[in-house]
Design a protein around this ligand. Structure first.
Ligand SMILES: Cc1ncc(COP(=O)(O)O)c(C=O)c1O
Length: 381
């Protein structure tokens, strides 16, 4: 790579030995009727608009591909993340027209915002449980949407445990984006909501997408998008899952062939992706539908975020939150490794899709990372 600042390396790259993409199997896990309904309902919401599909022309030219498309979810309903499609849709389906329902959830931030927004939209009460790791900025955003925010001592898992205990006692409806035994319907609804991104993309470009790079936390977004691919795309692209190197639970599970928990030694700056265990429903899809997994280091996050804002990759300024950077980081890393580039068959005919899953959902963090990134870039100028 000519430019030193694009000298990215992935931490680990693996191939799925159990790869076997089956539209039928995927749509058995997440039935078509859910996908169709999600699009029907969400596209009727006030202010619904497809989020932009931006061509990162400069990056594509540098990496010698045909196109690199960036789905810009920072523009989603003013909530600035793809999560707006999931939680809010699930709230609407669960509450229906019943009055006096209270919904609840545990969240790292964006999912809770979606649930709060969905509850506000239909006049339901909302209780949000957050861990010690969730910033005050994020808590205030949810309060502004009318939710009661309850801070729990401990990590995300603890906040979910407390959410379950209190909600069960009080009869609140839990709207969670992760599945557990006998709790699959709601997470399926959230994933169906995420598939709307692919429905939109199928009408936003005439190019067949050849590669999709998908971030994963618990895997809901990745599996929701893969269901969309199974339903809406004529040709199946190569599917590559990206995770932080400290929280590579999908990669580990793909390697072992079963849901493998990781012991997170250090939380990733990509907070929404800092998850220790892949969720049950997504796992049923990911275990066979994913071609490869890549893990990346946090160290490239600030400069990538800054480069997206400074139009270094395309003609448009992109406000990309920390979780929006690993798509770009992993595409560059894979192209920098000739063996991996060849293995993935990335070439002049490739049309690569990256999901820019959030904008500056935490403004303080965004500004901090932008400054760090800017200083780094100055060194190269
Ligand atoms: C803000 C945010 N949260 C969470 C995730 C991960 O989603 P999931 O936990 O469904 O895999 C992402 C996407 O990678 C994200 O951008």
């Amino acid at each position: 790579m000519a430019k030193k600042y694009l000298n990215f390396k992935f931490s680990e790259f693996t191939t799925n030995k159990n790869f076997k993409f089956s539209r039928k199997k995927i749509l058995k896990v997440l039935p078509e009727k859910h996908l169709l309904d999600a699009h029907k309902v969400i596209s009727k919401w006030k202010r619904y608009k497809k989020t932009p599909l931006i061509n990162l022309r400069i990056l594509s030219k540098k990496l010698r591909t045909n196109n690199i498309f960036y789905k810009d979810e920072s523009k989603r309903f003013g909530l600035k993340s793809f999560k707006a499609l999931g939680g809010a849709y699930a709230v609407e389906k669960i509450v229906k027209n019943k009055k006096k329902v209270t919904v609840s959830t545990a969240t790292a931030g964006n999912h809770g915002k979606s649930v709060s927004w969905g509850a506000k939209k239909i006049g339901a009460k909302c209780k949000i449980f957050i861990s010690e790791n969730v910033s005050n900025t994020r808590a205030i955003e949810m309060e502004k949407l009318g939710a009661d925010v309850i801070r729990v001592k401990g990590n995300y898992e603890k906040s979910l445990k407390i959410c379950k205990e209190i909600s069960n006692k009080r009869g609140w409806k839990i709207i969670q984006d992760v599945a557990w035994r006998n709790y699959e319907y709601v997470p399926k609804l959230t994933m169906a909501g995420y598939s709307v991104m692919i429905k939109e993309i199928s009408n936003q470009t005439k190019h067949y997408i050849t590669h999709v790079f998908l971030q994963a936390g618990v895997g809901g977004m990745a599996a929701g998008i893969i269901s969309g691919i199974a339903k809406y795309f004529k040709r199946i692209p190569k599917i590559i899952v990206i995770e932080p190197e400290n929280a590579n639970c999908v990669m580990k599970s793909i390697k072992y062939g079963y849901q493998k928990k990781v012991n997170i030694q250090k939380q990733s700056i990509m907070g929404g992706m800092s998850c220790a265990e892949v969720s049950l429903v997504p796992w049923r899809i990911l275990k066979n539908a994913v071609n490869n997994c890549v893990s990346v280091s946090d160290k490239y996050v600030p400069q990538t975020l800054t480069m997206l804002a400074k139009k270094k990759f395309g003609d448009k300024k992109i406000i990309a939150g920390e979780c929006s950077t690993p798509g770009v980081i992993s595409v560059i890393s894979c192209c920098n490794d000739p063996i991996v580039k060849k293995k993935l068959e990335i070439n002049e005919e490739s049309n690569i899709l990256i999901i820019g899953c959030e904008g500056d959902t935490d403004k303080n963090l965004y500004n901090k990372l932008y400054k760090i990134g800017n200083q780094k870039l100055k060194k190269y100028d």
